[in-house]
Design a protein around this ligand. Structure first.
Ligand code: KIV
Ligand code: NA
Length: 266
């Protein structure tokens, strides 16, 4: 069970199979998700919320992500490891981004993710030309929550939709090999996915992305209660966390998640 590579994920994508991704922050859950067949583990800066108890991702540091990345790496044998670049660790310059990405790659990441479109294209190019695979992140970009004025659906209206289409193409041209689309209308995500030859991973972006990412604590209803519209509680009817993870992977693969009720209209 050797570890999946970027090339393996590209093969999955080329075959038309949906790519499964979970956020993960520690070795025990990494072991559990790896055992359930999850292909990609994202050490998301959502750890600021679900692990550290902050109400935004803004306080998360490179050292925090590196610590959790090393744990996830130790706990898994098979899954591809993707680490978030936290707020303030890459926006200043390509050189700053490279320096901090190196810390995450040294901790075990195989790819780093950063938020933003056109304004990040030069940085994405700088990293990818120097051996660091990059995943983009468009739509609802939580590190910009204060600029966006809250956690709201993005890409609504023709101007915003066109900006997102343009940003997606620019990121691909800059060398990004994966793109997270968060909280945008399903039709726009479908269009962007069809226009690219790299993997799109949706969260609140409808069923037509090349794959889906689930936030671990959301998928397992921790803590119990109301979640965002796009969240499905995979513990519903599951006999264990392992069983819930297997059901989640199956639902991503067969396209039953996300269903229309998890989806935003234009
Ligand atoms: O930090 C995170 O969990 C993420 C996913 C929601 C894509 O960036
Ligand atoms: Na994130």
């Amino acid at each position: 069970t050797r570890r999946l590579t970027q090339a393996d994920l590209a093969k999955l994508y080329a075959s038309g199979e949906k790519v499964s991704m979970f956020t993960c922050y520690d070795a025990s859950f990494a072991r559990l998700l790896d055992g359930a067949g999850v292909e990609t583990l994202l050490i998301g800066d959502s750890l600021g919320n679900v692990i550290q108890g902050h109400d935004t991702t803004l306080p998360v540091t490179v050292a925090d992500i590196a610590y959790h990345t090393a744990a996830v790496k130790r706990g898994s044998d098979h899954a591809f490891i993707l680490a978030d670049m936290p707020f303030g660790s890459y926006q200043e310059s390509p050189e700053q981004a490279f320096r901090n990405a190196v810390t995450l790659m040294a901790a075990g990441a195989q790819m780093v993710k950063l938020e933003g479109g056109a304004e990040m294209a030069a940085t994405v190019e700088f990293l990818t030309q120097r051996g660091i695979p990059v995943c983009g992140h468009l739509g609802l970009t939580p590190q910009s929550v204060h600029a966006l004025g809250g956690y709201k659906v993005q890409g609504k209206g023709e101007a915003a939709a066109q900006r997102l289409r343009d940003d997606a193409l620019l990121l691909q041209q800059a060398g990004a090999t994966m793109l997270v689309l968060e909280a945008i209308p399903a039709a726009l995500a479908a269009e962007v996915t069809a226009s690219l030859n790299i993997i799109t991973i949706g969260i609140g972006a409808g069923k037509d992305c090349s794959g889906q990412v689930l936030v671990l604590h959301d998928a397992f209803d921790i803590p119990p209660g109301k979640k965002a519209k796009f969240v499905r509680n995979f513990m519903d009817g599951a006999s264990s966390l392992h069983d819930a993870a297997i059901r989640a992977v199956a639902a991503i693969k067969d396209g039953s998640y996300p269903a229309p009720e998890h989806t935003y209209a234009g």
